[in-house]
Design a protein around this ligand. Structure first.
Ligand SMILES: C[S@@+](CC[C@H](N)C(=O)[O-])C[C@H]1O[C@@H](n2cnc3c(N)ncnc32)[C@H](O)[C@@H]1O
Length: 209
């Protein structure tokens, strides 16, 4: 399978907009998750770990899942350089990973930033996350609000953002109790014509009963 992020991985962390977006999401997650952020944390579509590695200082353990070998290579380099002992990396599709590495009903907090719009079929992912969440566990995702496709330009992106209310219905269908959705951050970046555009993001917070 081609790695859609192969050419972006090496410079991924050099974009200050991405770094700031990950920090903004982390800051938004902490008060919503409460003590869950100190337990077992899973970041899916983690990329280079801009978000997930922020949890390494506070969580008992952080598991990061990503399909891109190039992003995972950068991530592993950062983990080694920082000497992080409570972080594990899994290369693969979140919906397909099984086994001891990601035990069922174990995660206190699942987070994800800007990954869902790259995943063609969402319900199997939500079913998997429901299996992985501990009872009472939190899942908090942030992604693009519905946009006109200019965010990725000519690049293939599977979803042009989401209607948060519709996505919330999919979470409910998977068994989660949706705590709420809110707009929490705006990505400002140039579109293909060079014009600065504002791309609002939503945050969705749900819990496994
Ligand atoms: C836009 S990047 C976001 C990376 C990171 N969350 C960040 O904010 O810097 C989306 C990431 O999701 C990963 N991804 C796409 N589909 C996936 C899937 N089915 N399972 C796990 N990761 C996936 C991609 O490889 C990519 O690294």
């Amino acid at each position: 399978m081609t790695d859609a992020f192969a050419e972006k991985a090496a410079a991924w962390d050099q974009n200050p907009v991405r770094v700031a977006g990950a920090r903004a999401f982390f800051d938004a997650v902490l008060p919503l998750a409460g003590p869950a952020a100190k337990g077992l944390v899973l970041d899916f579509g983690s990329g280079t770990g801009l978000l997930g590695l922020l949890f390494a200082d506070i969580a008992r353990r952080v598991d990061l899942v990503d399909t891109s070998p190039a992003m995972v290579q950068v991530l592993r380099g950062k983990i080694a350089a920082q000497g992080l002992a409570n972080v594990a990396v899994h290369l693969g599709e979140i919906a397909e990973l099984t086994g001891l590495a990601l035990p069922e009903a174990s995660f206190d907090l699942v987070v994800s930033l800007n990954a869902l719009h790259h995943i063609p079929v969402i319900p199997p992912v939500l079913a998997q996350l429901y299996r992985l969440c501990a009872p009472g566990g939190h899942i908090i995702v942030a992604d693009l609000m519905s946009e006109d496709g200019s965010f990725h330009g000519a690049e293939a992106a599977v979803h042009k953002g989401f209607d948060p209310a519709e996505l919330a219905r999919q979470f409910q269908a998977a068994g989660f109790e949706v705590q709420g959705t809110l707009q929490h951050h705006t990505i400002i970046k140039a579109d293909a014509s060079g014009a600065q555009r504002h791309y609002p993001q939503f945050l969705l917070h749900a819990r496994k009963p």
